[in-house]
Design a protein around this ligand. Structure first.
Ligand SMILES: Cc1cc2nc3c(=O)[nH]c(=O)nc-3n(C[C@H](O)[C@H](O)[C@H](O)COP(=O)(O)OP(=O)(O)OC[C@H]3O[C@@H](n4cnc5c(N)ncnc54)[C@H](O)[C@@H]3O)c2cc1C
Length: 299
């Protein structure tokens, strides 16, 4: 492991550069005040603004085992250190198209070249573009902990705060089922050019189970799954006739998803309450994204 000590007594953190996941976990155990850093795109923003003053950093950038992917029992095991730029490339897009689309939308090129999948998940920002895709795919995380321990946690449990990363743990891999069917990720930013999501939708077809899975990002602290809308639309698709769906059912799906994720307001006395124009606009945006995403997946 390489160590870079600070040059002076100023508050510059020492930086440890482990070469394997095991070494990284050991370094965290040996230096409990140390913070892991992958691409640094989120973390260094907090350091530069003075919000975070880590005593030491454990850099994950030299751990080659988490920078690629491999196949495992009908799944892809994705290294947490895969960058958005790598995930956005055509060979990966052929494998998990919606994750590639989200990676291509995750900020400007400099950010995509450095920012990683694991950092996106661990940061857990509502605007994290990979998150609704991983929720719709029902991906799981392989988490490495002290003493060489490994545990598997659904991404949705981590994002919902039901099962948080514990002290000294690192996300090593993300296990994603390979569905061999169309999947779409669409994002609204409220502006032209790259920007953080104001609303996003991932739609994934699962023809083997005759299922449609959908997750909506950026409108709540974690991605939302409109389960009833998924089941309703899956029952209206003619899976044996080229996955046909009537256009009015497509529109109804968009409205169903939007109403499930952004329900009508209710006053404390139980009477219906008018949604604000901004919330109504967001609901229309989500409806349009869901309708278009499913339309493209079925086209
Ligand atoms: C200008 C700008 C624009 C951006 N635009 C977007 C956007 O459009 N969409 C989007 O989704 N994101 C965007 N981001 C956010 C950021 O780029 C992504 O969240 C990125 O994926 C973070 O990855 P990273 O490797 O840089 O994480 P880091 O900054 O290195 O780490 C982030 C957090 O995760 C922890 N961490 C990192 N790796 C691991 C691991 N393997 N195990 C456990 N903990 C870990 C770190 O300790 C830290 O707390 C933007 C950021 C900037 C600065």
């Amino acid at each position: 492991m390489t160590t870079h000590a600070p040059h002076s007594t100023h508050a510059a953190p020492s930086v440890l550069l482990p070469a394997s996941l095991d070494e990284a976990v050991e370094a965290l155990a040996a230096t409990p005040a140390a913070v892991p850093v992958a691409g640094g795109t989120d973390l260094m923003t907090s350091v530069n603004s003075g919000q975070l003053r880590p005593a030491a950093l454990v850099g994950l950038g030299r751990i080659s085992e988490i920078r690629g992917w491999q196949y495992q029992d009908g799944h892809a095991l994705l290294g947490a250190g895969l960058t958005h730029a790598r995930i956005g490339r055509p060979d990966f897009a052929a494998l998990i198209p919606a994750l590639a689309a989200a990676a291509r939308a995750a900020g400007p090129p400099t950010i995509r070249n450095a920012g990683t999948l694991g950092g996106n998940i661990a940061a857990g920002a509502p605007t994290g573009d990979s998150l609704p895709v991983l929720a719709a795919l029902e991906a799981t995380l392989i988490i490495a902990g002290p003493g060489g321990s490994l545990r598997e946690v659904p991404v949705s449990h981590l994002l919902a705060g039901m099962d948080n990363l514990r002290a000294g743990e690192l996300i090593g891999f993300v296990r994603v089922p390979l569905l061999h069917a169309p999947q779409v990720f669409l994002k609204a930013t409220g502006r032209t050019g790259p920007g953080r999501s104001t609303g996003s939708v991932a739609v994934v077809l699962d023809p083997a189970r005759r299922g449609v899975r959908c997750a909506v990002g950026a409108i709540a602290p974690m991605p939302l799954r409109p389960l009833e809308a998924e089941a309703w639309v899956a029952s209206h698709i003619d899976w044996d006739a080229g996955r046909a769906l009537a256009p009015e059912a497509l529109t109804a799906f968009g409205d169903y998803v939007a109403a499930a994720c952004i329900p009508d307001g209710t006053a404390p006395d139980g009477t219906p309450e008018q949604l604000s124009p901004a919330v109504l606009h967001l609901r229309r945006t989500v409806a349009a994204l869901a309708r278009r995403a499913l339309g493209r997946a079925l086209a």
